[in-house]
Write a protein that binds this ligand. Sequence first.
Ligand SMILES: [Ca+2]
Length: 391
Amino acid sequence: MKRILYLATAVLLLAFASCKDDSGVAPQAFSELSYSSDYGAVIITYKVPVDSNFYYVDVDWTDAAKKPRRVQASVYAADAVTKKVDVTCDGFSDTHDYVFTLTPYSFDGTPGQSQSITGHALPPAYEAVLETIEVSPGLHGAVVTWTNATGKNIQIEVRYTEGTQQVSKTFNAPGEQTDGQAVIQGLAPGNQQFVVLTKDSYNNVSEEKSASVTVIADLAGEALLDRNIWSVPGYNPASNNATIGYSSQAVNDNGEVVHLFDDNLNSFWHSSWSNPDLDYPHWLIIDLGREQTISRVEMCKRQGSNTSMQKGYQLQTCTTAGTNYPANNVNPTWTWTEQGTFSFDPTINDMQSVHVVATPRAQYLRIYFPSSAKGTSKYAMVGELKVYGKD
Ligand SMILES: [Ca+2]
């Protein structure tokens, strides 16, 4: 009896296994296999068949380090009209030919007929970006500029010596932004050596490139910019709410934005703390009246014992006014250039002065208080704001 039971189980298992084999219907072959070259990438294209059983394709290749690489592409990635799928195979550091093998699979994982194609990438994006990097002398610092037309995210590392300290700073050059700028602050005037290199997200690293600049001590002819011609875009003295030119103000607390430049240390701008009660980030835009060169920014705190305000800020400039609210950055029309991140001591009543390293030409100055600069309260406050430079 026991023996019969074993036999029956074996027969059942066999039946199940063969049934499973029978259900594995291979997908139909894809067609029109081709490739194109991109920066550090090969884009494989194929047309999916009219086959409800066709699910996905594995694209396999062996990279320069002899490691197997695979990208999977679903049938749902196919263009609705052309029925073509583009598969980006990324991370190439050379322009050699590679063999890509594509294997289609059905919904139950049954493989179909593999096809291969040989293709090569364009030089990698990090090399293209490295060629565009320039290090220019700045005011108590240096300005690093680049162009990233590759659409790929790249990191730029800058190494230099500060006193006896070896310093390394890394800046992001995102693919969606063509022209970038970063500043290195706090360098002693005089000759300074830099080493720059670039990296991508696949741990590919470029060769090193050297730069030598003479850090500038002073902007010749620097003067206090005329604050009588300043304004704040969209200023509304009757409301606390954000406008195109600021994140909020506290009208009921005499905290209007125009108190930033009324030559009175004791009057101040205060972000809205009631109706609405707003947390960071906070920000302000100053219209300097006309395009001028900016070399230094000075701010003082809301005078007195309150030390709950911001501990730092970012400076950004632009030459042409935008039309959108910069806060939500929907359809951004302001093109801000980063001028650096600065610390602010909320315990000091005196003006606190910072060098604007790149000495940009600009009409609009944005002071941005990010969440990372939040003090012990939700609010930002500034007593006076002065800008130095020249016409
Ligand atoms: Ca004031």
